[in-house]
Design a protein around this ligand. Structure first.
Ligand code: NAD
Length: 353
C-alpha cells in the first residue's frame, strides 16, 4: 500500500467499538479499537465523568485513533485502541464500587479475545491494572513486582523531556523558561526533571494542592488561564486534551509547544494556525509515546535498556518531522505522513482496512 493510501487508513474508521453497561457496577463503559496490527491493539483505560454516554464513546474513539498514530510513529507493531469507564460527576470510585467497575471492564476486555490490550490512563492506576489482571491476561503496565513495567507515567515524562530538548535545539536546558500546565503523574515528574536540569519553571494546575510541588521546585505558580499567556521558551501542556483552540493560539507567547497531553488540538486546522504564527508544535502523539513504548515492551519481556533507547528516538523523530514541515506543511501532517510510512502493513490483519 502506498504511504498516501496508508495515511488514509490511519485516519479512517474504527475496527470495533463496544459499549456496555457494567453488570456489577451499572456504569457505562466502552472500548474503541481503531486498528489492529498483528491482531493486537493497545490503549489505556480512562476513568472519568462524562456528560453523556455518547460523549464517553466519542472520547474513546478519538483517543483510540491517536493511539494508532502514536504506535505507528514510534515503530511499534500494535494498533490503537482506548477504553473508558464513565463515572458519575464528582464521584470517586473506591472499594467494592471500584472493584466492580474494574471487573466489568476486564470482562469487556476479555470479549475482544486479545485484540484489545488495556493499560493505565487518566483516572486509573497501577493497582487497578494489577487487579484487572486477575480477570484478564490482556493487560499491560502491570506492577513491577509482577514482572511489568509499573506506572508508565515516568517513561512518558522521560519522553517529553527528550522532546523538549530536541525542540529547543539540543544542548543544555539550564536557564530556559518552561511553562508546565498540569502537574499530575506526567507533568509533575516532567517538572522535577526540568528543574533538576536547571530550567526556570512556571507551573499551573486546577488542583491547588499542587502548589506544594511548585514550591519544592522553586517554580512560579499561575492559574491555568494565565499560564497560556506567559512569555517563555516553551509551553508543555500536560493536563487534558483540547487545550489549543483558535482563541488560545492567538494569545500564546511561546515559540514552541511540546507536552504530554493527548489530543491537544481542539481541531486539526489549529495546526495551520500555529504554523502561521511561527509556533513550533511538537505533535502530542510523538511526544508522549514513552509510556506506550514501555508497556509494549512488557508484552515480550520488559527490558529497560530497549525502552530507554526507543525513548531517545523520540528526539530523532521530532527532528525529522520539523525538517519535513519546513517544506510548507504543518507538523501534524508531517507526523501523520511519517506514521503512515512507518506502519508495517505486511503484518496487519486482513480486515483492518
Ligand atoms: P493526571 O490525571 O495524573 O494529571 C493531570 C493533571 O492535570 C492533574 O494534576 C489535574 O489536576 C490537572 N488538570 C486537569 N485539568 C486541568 C486544567 N484545565 N488546567 C490545569 N491543570 C489541569 O494525568 P497524567 O497521567 O499526568 O496525564 C496527563 C496527560 O498526558 C493526559 O492528557 C494524558 O492523556 C496524557 N498522557 C499520559 C500518559 C501517561 O503515561 N500517564 C501517556 C500518554 C499521554
Amino acid at each position: 500500500m502506498s504511504a498516501t493510501a496508508e495515511h488514509q487508513v490511519l485516519l479512517s474508521d474504527y475496527e470495533d467499538v463496544r459499549v456496555r453497561r457494567g453488570r456489577r457496577s451499572g456504569l457505562t463503559m466502552a472500548v474503541a479499537v481503531h486498528r489492529t496490527v498483528e491482531g493486537r491493539s493497545l490503549g489505556g483505560c480512562r476513568m472519568r465523568a462524562y456528560a453523556t454516554a455518547d460523549e464517553a464513546v466519542r472520547d474513546a474513539e478519538r483517543l483510540a485513533r491517536a493511539m494508532t498514530l502514536k504506535a505507528a510513529v514510534a515503530g511499534l507493531p500494535l494498533g490503537g485502541a482506548k477504553g473508558v469507564i464513565a463515572v458519575e460527576a464528582g464521584a470517586r470510585l473506591v472499594n467494592s464500587r471500584r472493584s466492580d467497575a474494574l471487573c466489568d471492564f476486564a470482562e469487556l476486555v476479555e470479549s475482544f479475545g486479545g485484540r484489545y490490550i488495556t493499560a493505565q490512563d487518566v483516572g486509573t492506576c497501577e493497582a487497578d491494572i494489577g487487579y484487572m489482571s486477575r480477570f484478564t491476561k490482556y493487560v499491560a503496565g502491570r506492577p513491577v513486582a509482577d514482572g511489568g513495567c509499573g506506572d508508565p507515567s515516568r517513561y512518558t515524562a522521560h519522553g517529553v523531556e527528550v522532546a523538549i530538548r530536541a525542540s529547543l535545539g539540543g544542548g543544555s536546558i539550564a536557564g530556559r523558561h518552561i511553562v508546565v500546565v498540569g502537574l499530575g503523574h506526567v507533568g509533575g515528574d516532567l517538572a522535577r526533571r526540568l528543574r533538576q536540569d536547571g530550567a526556570e519553571l512556571t507551573v499551573a494546575d486546577i488542583d491547588s494542592a499542587k502548589r506544594r510541588l511548585a514550591k519544592q521546585l522553586d517554580a512560579r505558580w499561575v492559574s491555568p488561564e494565565e499560564a497560556l499567556e506567559v512569555e517563555a521558551d516553551l509551553l508543555a501542556p500536560c493536563a487534558l486534551g483540547g487545550l489549543l483552540d483558535r482563541r488560545v493560539v492567538e494569545r500564546l507567547r511561546v515559540p514552541i509547544v511540546a507536552g504530554a497531553a493527548n489530543n491537544q488540538l481542539a481541531h486539526e486546522v489549529v495546526a495551520d494556525q500555529l504554523a502561521e504564527r511561527g509556533i513550533v508544535w511538537a505533535p502530542d502523539f510523538v511526544v508522549n509515546a514513552g509510556g506506550l513504548i514501555a508497556v509494549a515492551e512488557e508484552l515480550h519481556g520488559f527490558n529497560r535498556l530497549h525502552v530507554e533507547r526507543a525513548i531517545a528516538g523520540i528526539g530523532d523523530t521530532l527532528r525529522e518531522i520539523y525538517a519535513r514541515a519546513e517544506d510548507g506543511t504543518n507538523t501534524l501532517i508531517a507526523a501523520q505522513e511519517l506514521a503512515a510510512e512507518r506502519t508495517d502493513t505486511g503484518g496487519s490483519d486482513g480486515d483492518d482496512v
